[in-house]
Design a protein around this ligand. Structure first.
Ligand SMILES: Cc1cc2nc3c(=O)[nH]c(=O)nc-3n(C[C@H](O)[C@H](O)[C@H](O)COP(=O)(O)O)c2cc1C
Length: 322
């Protein structure tokens, strides 16, 4: 038994996935490979491999590596807008991954196939309307993601604080809160708002095992509450660090640029440039508003246990002691 005590009685998420703590390390392009996912799962959470930046062969490699690094359950995140989503799904089925988090597409598309193979399915949404669709599609749980979140995001711009209780009231399936969560006070608050657990992105992106470039990790550590911006509402809304490139996007959006012009300004491989290659001026450096709370680059296991301890302290003492 771990000395890090989860302060709530067994939640549905722990039972659903067979994990010790209902803390999910989000699937993130260019960030969450086998190393990060396995480290989080070994520490008692659920790590997700982010398939969004992987070709099917590379995903298969990462799954096999994760299987060699941990006996605990881990999952894969598949953004369904990928043209080769079907191939990625097949890789997951072939390798008997027990859990899949889908996003950016219809939850109806692959859920029956996953269930036929005994795979648990969770879908990510930014609104109550879509959360109800996830439940109707038969998914096992839903991630409700507020627009504080790093990366791609909903156009309705609903905050985590407002979204979580509304989704919790609207569906019967377990709810994972996401968006802006970087410490245990916020995890405790999310549970109080009706969540069964949390999905955390940016905080895990600034860990030793994350594949993000050191420049990215350092940018998260140096960030203030005001450093992220939300752009590209017309072609792919996303939260990222303000930089030279986002200033060009902001100017274009302000003058009412067409979709074509915005697509041209976006170009290709911006996420790779910003997150993996560490170009903080010209890349799409996706990160959430919680960055202002992040001040170090710990090992993922140390972080997970710290989050559990902080959650415990927040519940026992009403706050995290500083
Ligand atoms: C660098 C980065 C990459 C991301 N890539 C993906 C992705 O490939 N698929 C996805 O569903 N969400 C992606 N997200 C969103 C996360 O899965 C998660 O929901 C979000 O980070 C939660 O908000 P937080 O960053 O404030 O913790 C990404 C987020 C970040 C910061």
């Amino acid at each position: 038994m771990s000395q890090h005590i989860w302060p709530f009685t067994g939640t549905r998420i722990q039972t659903l996935f067979g994990i010790e703590y209902p803390i999910i390390q989000a699937g993130m392009v260019w960030v969450s490979g086998a190393k990060l996912a396995a480290a989080v799962s070994n520490a008692g959470g659920l790590g997700l491999i982010g398939a969004g930046s992987m070709k099917p062969d590379l995903l298969a490699d990462h799954i096999r590596t994760a299987q060699s690094l941990t006996d605990k359950p881990f999952g894969v995140n598949i953004p369904l807008l990928r043209g080769d989503a079907e191939e990625l799904v097949q890789v997951v089925l072939d390798h008997k991954v027990p859990v899949v988090f889908t996003s950016a597409g219809s939850p109806k598309r692959f859920t029956p196939t996953f269930h036929d193979h005994g795979v648990k399915v969770v879908h990510v949404v930014p609104s109550v309307t879509l959360a109800k669709k996830v439940e109707a599609a038969g998914c096992d749980a839903v991630v409700a993601e507020g627009f504080e979140a790093g990366g791609h995001n909903g156009v309705d711009m609903i905050t985590t604080m407002a979204l979580i209780p509304q989704v919790a009231d609207a569906v019967q399936i377990p709810v994972l809160a996401a968006g802006g969560i970087a410490d245990g006070r916020q995890i405790a608050a999310a549970i109080m708002l009706g969540a069964d657990g949390v999905q955390i992105g940016t905080r895990f992106a600034a860990t030793v095992e994350s594949s993000a470039h050191d420049n990215y990790k350092q940018a998260v550590v140096n960030a203030s509450d005001r450093d992220t911006v939300f752009h590209l509402k017309q072609i792919g809304p996303a939260r990222m660090f303000r930089n030279t490139w986002t200033e060009r996007i902001a100017a274009a959006e302000q003058r009412g640029a067409s979709v074509e012009e915005l697509r041209e300004l976006l170009g290709t491989k911006r996420e790779r440039l910003g997150i993996f290659e560490g170009d903080l001026d010209e890349g799409q450096v996706e990160a959430g508003q919680g960055s202002g709370l992040i001040r170090d680059i710990p090992h993922a296991s140390e972080l997970l246990h710290r989050l559990v301890d902080e959650t415990h302290a927040a519940i026992r003492h009403g706050k995290v002691s500083s």
